[in-house]
Ligand binder design. Structure first.
Ligand SMILES: NC(=O)c1ccc[n+]([C@@H]2O[C@H](COP(=O)([O-])OP(=O)(O)OC[C@H]3O[C@@H](n4cnc5c(N)ncnc54)[C@H](OP(=O)(O)O)[C@@H]3O)[C@@H](O)[C@H]2O)c1
Length: 326
């Protein structure tokens, strides 16, 4: 088969379309013939040499895919050769075939085309696990999503609105904020021109955000704590603004607030399977009834993954950039 390999870390040109051995599905795994994958910001960190695959994981990038099951490994039940699926991966999605633990498979949701289903697993599992399973966002609460037009952000807006929450977003341009509004965002904040702490307080009569989904880490830590409501929950999922910050514990304590930080890729198989099962139960019906949909900016051939990563690195996209294998 062919896959995108990274012989040496570097810029987008470090991605090489190469001939490599087919993966062999192990115990509890299936072999998926990939129809599409999608770019995640973590793939760029991996290409730069800053995010190694977890031990035992595929060396190729790619945290999600859609495709058809081509073979079953030992001990797999409930799935059959030919099934159309999408899957959460620890790596290996930028390839024509990938071995996937069966607990990380999802059927293609009703009403979604097989290629576009590749845009779903990573963002849906990340948003559901952080915003709902960890931060317990409730109806009528306010969620602040940083990077509202990102792959993660476009899914967070839709899921939070579908669950009856009020949604505030930050983004860097008016065009991106307008798109977030089309998806249902109620409060639009241009992070280049406005102070999100002031804006969120103004929009909530001084109460603040009940939950914040944060991609910035250190750079926003202090401001995020100030933007939180009493009993607020800050869920950190990205470190685009650095990993070492100073925390005013007094401010956190006074608000009886909580901070969580999680990475999906490195979680044990059982935890990933539990998240995937929760997503199938709670999110798949929202997609089938049209409340939530994949947001795809563009489709790029998998062999041209370098061009696709350039777009994401320069934030030239809204939602997801798909990599189409066949
Ligand atoms: N922990 C996990 O398990 C997990 C899983 C998946 C993703 N993530 C993280 O989630 C984040 C989004 O991932 P993605 O793949 O959806 O990325 P993406 O589409 O490339 O989006 C990156 C976003 O960062 C925004 N941004 C840049 N500077 C900002 C600032 N100063 N304030 C607010 N937003 C800013 C960009 O906004 P503009 O385009 O408007 O500038 C863009 O929306 C990344 O940090 C990624 O690493 C974490």
């Amino acid at each position: 088969m062919h896959a995108i390999t990274i012989p040496e870390p570097g810029g987008p040109e470090a991605l090489v379309w190469d001939e490599v051995p087919d993966p062999v599905p192990g115990e509890g795994e299936v072999l998926v013939e990939v129809v599409a994958s999608a770019v995640n910001r973590a793939d760029i960190l991996q290409r730069q040499g800053n995010y190694a695959p977890p031990p035992g994981g595929s060396a190729y990038p790619g945290l999600e895919c859609s495709g058809r099951i081509a073979a079953l490994g030992p001990g797999v039940s409930g799935w059959a050769v030919g099934d159309e699926v999408c899957a959460l991966l620890a790596g290996g999605g930028y390839a024509e075939k990938v071995a996937v633990p069966s607990g990380q498979l999802l059927p293609v949701p009703e009403g979604v085309d097989l290629r576009q289903a590749a845009a779903l697993p990573e963002v849906v599992c990340t948003v559901w696990s952080n915003v709902f399973m960890v931060a317990h966002l409730r109806p009528a609460e306010t969620l602040l999503v940083h990077g509202g037009s990102s792959g993660i952000g476009t899914m967070a807006i839709q899921l939070a609105k579908a669950m009856g929450a009020r949604v505030a977003v930050t983004a860097g341009t008016k065009e991106k904020l307008d798109y977030c509004a089309e998806l249902g965002a109620d409060i639009l904040i241009n992070y280049r021109e406005q102070d999100f702490v002031e804006e969120i307080q103004r929009a909530t009569d001084g109460a603040g955000a009940d939950v914040i989904l944060d991609n910035m880490g250190a750079k926003y830590l202090d401001r995020n704590v100030r933007a939180l409501a009493t009993s607020g929950r800050l869920a950190i999922i990205g470190l685009q603004g650095g990993s070492k910050g100073e925390l005013n514990i007094g401010a956190l304590l006074a608000k009886r607030a909580a901070i969580s930080a999680t990475s999906l890729r490195a979680r044990p198989l059982g935890e990933k399977a539990a998240i995937v099962a929760a997503v199938r139960e709670h999110v798949w019906p929202l997609i089938a009834d049209g409340h939530v949909r994949p947001v795809v900016d563009r489709e790029v051939p998998l062999s041209e993954a370098a061009a696709a990563q350039r777009v994401v690195e320069e934030s030239g996209h809204i939602g997801k950039v798909l990599l189409v294998a066949s």
